[in-house]
Design a protein around this ligand. Structure first.
Ligand SMILES: [Zn+2]
Ligand SMILES: [Zn+2]
Length: 137
């Protein structure tokens, strides 16, 4: 049984609980001083994916005109990368975050914009491009 099938059989209440737990997990991650953990990558990516998946099932979408020009401020990005030291999933450092680098550091919306996620630091997750792509695929 894959994740999708599991979700289909869950009640919305269970999904909402899981959603909130996952959001809490990811939000707390960047509050702590960054310590790289070998097994964290899969967990972080999975929890981020589950949030998107759950919202795809039970989330209310924003109006398209409300989505225009929403982007994390550059200042916030700089600040968060400095604070976390790099990707919160795999541990790649900020030294490699230059635009010419193949795997730059980015910010992921923990709650996607289309489901009402904002561009504030509470909703931002510092990840490298590779881990970020894994979250959305
Ligand atoms: Zn990464
Ligand atoms: Zn993202």
């Amino acid at each position: 049984m894959n994740e999708r099938e599991v979700f289909k059989n869950d009640s919305n209440e269970k999904l909402e609980k899981k959603l909130n737990n996952n959001i809490e997990f990811l939000t707390t991650l960047q509050k702590k001083e960054y310590v790289f953990e070998e097994n964290r990558k899969e967990t972080v990516i999975q929890k981020a994916r589950e949030i998107i998946e759950i919202l795809n099932q039970i989330g209310e979408k924003r109006k398209i005109e409300d989505l225009k020009s929403i982007k994390f401020p550059k200042k916030l990005k700089k600040k968060l990368i400095k604070k976390t030291g790099g990707c919160l999933a795999c541990g790649q450092g900020e030294m490699a975050s230059g635009s010419r680098h193949q795997n730059p550091i980015e910010l992921h919306h923990i709650i996607p914009k289309m489901y009402g996620g904002d561009d504030d630091k509470k909703n931002a997750l510092v990840v490298c491009k590779k881990c970020h792509l894994d979250m959305h695929n």
